[in-house]
Design a protein around this ligand. Structure first.
Ligand SMILES: [Zn+2]
Length: 223
């Protein structure tokens, strides 16, 4: 009676027939009847206890699952919401930065045009360049001292500058210290951020501004 009720409530407990047979064989022949009954009872109690414990463990696991499932779901939802909010914040930050940069660029444009009154169109700063001057003499141009630029035009003071065409394309309008020039010549020593401004005479070339200044280029296709 004891065994049948306890084992059946455990449900998933299956006693090992071999072990049970071993206990029976051992006890029925060598021990007095009351002792064998005691041993079988104790054995069954232990088995029933562990089966019962197993069942209660399983039900505890189920209960734990039932309790934690909604908590896990809520936590996942919270993390997803946080991620969404952070993404929105980042998007807003990038947008603000973009607006700020656009505003700064507009201010630069305005102050540039104010400083160089009368300039039309859109101009872009190329940064600081080293400015030198040259004339068509052989001291300045060596074997190229003929007054013809590398693009085939006749050099004109106040218009012609020699540039590194990898940095400033030929034909570009370039503003240096308020004057607008055309990039139409090059030179062996004129590399990277270095511009040589054409002057009519060697004296003028020697006495003109030499040094570093900000250089602007006209953006093509913009009126
Ligand atoms: Zn010269």
């Amino acid at each position: 009676m004891f065994a049948s009720t306890m084992v059946s409530t455990a449900g998933d407990y299956e006693p090992n027939p071999a072990t049970l047979a071993g206990v029976k064989a051992e006890t029925s022949e060598e021990l007095p009847t009351n002792a064998s009954v005691q041993i079988i009872k104790a054995y069954k109690e232990v088995k029933c206890y562990s089966a019962h414990k197993k069942a209660s463990l399983n039900s505890n696991k189920e209960r734990a699952k039932r309790i934690t499932a909604p908590l896990i779901k809520a936590e996942r939802k919270r993390v997803a919401k946080l991620k969404r909010l952070n993404e929105q914040k980042e998007k807003l930050r990038r947008l603000r930065l973009q607006q700020q940069r656009a505003l700064e660029e507009r201010k630069r444009q305005e102050s540039f045009k104010k400083a160089n009154g009368g300039l039309k169109g859109k101009w872009k700063s190329l940064g600081t360049f080293y400015i030198t001057n040259y004339c068509p003499c052989s001291k300045c141009c060596g074997k190229w001292a003929n007054g013809v630029t590398s693009t085939g035009t006749t050099a004109v003071s106040g218009r012609t500058i020699a540039v590194d065409p990898r940095i400033i394309p030929y034909g570009s309008e370039v503003c240096i210290n308020g004057n607008v020039y055309i990039a139409e010549d090059c030179g062996g020593a004129i590399k990277n951020k270095h511009i040589d401004i054409y002057k009519d005479s060697h004296d003028e070339a020697l006495s003109s501004f030499t040094g570093y200044t900000e250089v602007w280029i006209k953006v093509k296709g913009e009126k």
